[in-house]
Design a protein around this ligand. Structure first.
Ligand SMILES: [Zn+2]
Length: 177
């Protein structure tokens, strides 16, 4: 199959788009999605001082690789790693990680805490593929397997259901959770 953007050899199939992308267009799509998340919901202005929770899950590894470039070029600032006083804190996790956290709070009646997540709409598989292409090492994130199984079933029945969840979560008022 060919890449839907440029016609080169397809590298990855994205079931929710029913399309293939080549390596180059796939990397561009991942990075574009992160930049949009920053602009649309995570950053308020160029005065933002940001640090990132440090671990080696694929989402964090992708952000540690890509965000310094964005921050330098777009905001003229540096991204710090690890918690810092007075800094906005990003916690990076995959789309599945985000959805599991949300549904766990509903299904198990746990308090839900939203985090600032630049990779909220990037599936685990895509984050891992990005790491492979860029030769970045990561550790697989362990998620609640029951909730994840529930989500996978939902996603199979209705492709795009997890994206819908994230959109709904973003529209929720924190106080309601
Ligand atoms: Zn392409």
């Amino acid at each position: 199959m060919r890449c839907r953007n440029c016609g080169r050899k397809g590298y990855i199939h994205l079931p929710y788009l029913k399309e293939h992308l080549c390596k180059k267009c796939f990397v561009r799509m991942v990075e574009r999605r992160i930049r949009l998340n920053l602009r649309k919901s995570l950053l308020s202005g160029d005065e933002d001082r940001v640090s990132i929770v440090d671990n080696n899950n694929a989402a964090t590894v992708v952000c540690k690789h890509y965000l310094p470039k964005v921050f330098g070029e777009m905001y003229g600032s540096k991204l710090m790693v690890g918690k810092r006083r007075g800094y906005k804190l990003f916690a990076c996790r995959s789309l599945e990680g985000e959805c599991v956290s949300f549904f766990r709070s509903i299904l198990l009646n746990k308090p839900y805490k939203r985090v600032l997540n630049p990779t909220m709409n990037l599936p685990q598989r895509e984050l891992e593929e990005y790491c492979k292409i860029k030769d970045l090492r990561f550790e697989r994130q362990l998620l609640d397997s029951d909730v994840l199984a529930f989500l996978r079933e939902l996603e199979d029945a209705r492709p795009g259901a997890m994206f819908g969840t994230i959109k709904a979560v973003n529209n929720l008022d924190n106080r309601l959770c």
